[in-house]
Design a protein. Structure first.
Length: 474
């Protein structure tokens, strides 16, 4: 990424805690990159990141030969390579190149006088809240005024990548931050030091790492440790675990949303309330009542919007402007995405981006509330990274599915437990269909009565259920 400001060698060493083990002739940089395949300039610095399936240090020779003047490597690299052969190149050694990458992003972020830095986390809804907030803020202030992370690039690579995109026109930074490892939220929050933070919910996500809901709460709530006195923290007052944390940190301004006993509440929800398919509802804040409408239907989208509009309000947007702006909002691809309405009066919903117990239940509730007169055909796949809770949570998913489903199609390793949950709730075993591949799914789906149905695709990212959607569309 091209940088707005130059960084000299001392800036980089002080930020990363690294040591220049070899000095070259080029000591001022205005570009950072991590992909050896990317185009780069003669003023660039390469961070050799490591992952499960790659090692950036394998490409040091390549990027130096292509003209890169500087690389950040681990100390291990020095033990395995003769750096004296890299004439006129600068090499900086650090303990952890990924951590150093984040520290340099923190330094770079400090060079900008932003009005607000907003960090959003939660077990589900992060991307939706971020995109809602971006729509509101960009319509109010202008798109050039706002920077957000693209897609769901919300980890220790995606957050620094986004920060390095900052330029002088940006005044507001919106970052969703995610985690699947202990300590990751704290690390990311310490890079950002947000003055507006938000936790949408605490759900059963990544239990393989966090064990239980209390572990998820501890991880998400660690954001507060990186926030200074006078900052704003937005929480879901209807989440029992979050409510227990409410207003416990001195100096932080807590603002809540929920059904009741919150700063911002809602009432009078009507699903598919008009000919355009909008959901209508009312918001109550500070003694005022506001009429609002959203194109995506579902109670969890009301909660997402309440979180987003509170963050926008902190940034200076009045409620009426925020409500008007959100009417143009469309969900990101793969999240309750309306794919098509077929001639047999069936509707296909693609919510295949990811799945955990919280988001799965929200999806079930959304199609129940939005399409009460239609049959419900669920195309489901495994929820991953649930650790020791996986069998129990898939059994519970079966219980939830039994409340709304007419047919359940399933693929994955946890089918037995989901089926047990379905049958224990009185679901007809003849309406449970397992499939292995696309051809198998197509043949079995053809036998189901799809007329007048809503067909929901929902599974973890690794299940790639979006690849099966075109079978229904044929």
């Amino acid at each position: 990424m091209k940088l707005e400001f130059n960084l000299n060698l001392d800036d980089i060493l002080n930020a990363t805690g690294g040591k220049a083990v070899k000095l070259g002739t080029h000591l001022v940089f205005n570009e950072v990159f991590i992909d050896s395949r990317a185009l780069f300039s003669e003023n660039s610095i390469f961070f050799a990141l490591k992952g499960k399936n790659f090692n950036g240090e394998d490409f040091i020779d390549k990027i130096f030969k292509m003209g890169c003047p500087c690389a950040v490597v681990s100390w291990d690299f020095l033990e395995k390579n003769n750096i004296s052969e890299y004439a006129e190149k600068t090499i900086i050694a650090v303990e952890d190149t990924l951590y150093a990458y984040g520290l340099l992003a923190k330094k770079y972020l400090s060079l900008f006088n932003l009005q607000h830095k907003i960090a959003i986390t939660g077990s589900s809804g992060k991307t939706t809240v971020k995109e809602m907030l971006y729509v509101i803020l960009s319509k109010y202030f202008g798109e050039n005024y706002i920077l957000k992370n693209k897609y769901n690039y919300n980890n220790q690579v995606g957050i620094p990548n986004t920060i390095f995109e900052l330029n002088g026109s940006h005044k507001l930074l919106i970052l969703e931050i995610g985690t699947n490892k202990k300590g990751e939220i704290e690390k990311l929050s310490n890079i950002i030091n947000p003055d507006v933070g938000a936790i949408i919910n605490i759900g059963k996500s990544h239990l393989e790492e966090f064990i239980n809901l209390e572990g998820v709460l501890k991880e998400k709530y660690s954001m507060v440790s990186a926030m200074s006195s006078g900052s704003y923290f937005i929480i879901n007052a209807d989440d029992a675990l979050l409510a227990g944390k409410y207003k416990t940190d001195a100096g932080i301004n807590f603002i809540s949303f929920g059904a009741k006993n919150a700063d911002l509440t809602y009432k009078n929800i009507e699903f598919n309330a008009d000919s355009e398919g909008f959901m209508h509802f009312e918001l109550l804040y500070n003694g005022e009542t506001y009429k609002a409408k959203l194109k995506p239907n579902g109670l969890h989208f009301v909660y997402d919007f309440m979180c987003a509009i509170l963050a926008a309000h902190i940034c200076g947007v009045d409620f009426r402007s925020g409500i008007e702006a959100i009417e143009s909002f469309e969900l990101p691809k793969g999240r309750m995405e309306l794919i098509s309405e077929n001639s047999n009066n069936s509707i296909i919903i693609n919510d295949s981006y990811n799945s955990n117990p919280t988001s799965l239940k929200a999806a079930f509730n959304a199609i129940r509330d939005t399409y009460p007169g239609k049959k419900k055909i669920l195309i489901l796949g495994d929820m991953l990274e649930l650790g020791e809770s996986a069998e129990t949570e898939h059994f519970k998913a079966g219980e939830e599915a039994a409340k709304i489903a007419d047919y359940v199609f399933y693929t994955g390793n946890y089918s037995k437990f989901l089926i047990d949950g379905l049958i224990s709730s009185g679901f007809n075993p003849d309406k449970i269909i397992l499939f292995d591949d696309k051809k198998d799914f197509q043949e079995k789906l053809a036998a189901a009565d799809k007329a007048g149905s809503v067909i929901l695709f929902k599974g973890s990212r690794g299940m790639q259920l979006e690849n099966f959607i075109d079978v229904v569309e044929k």
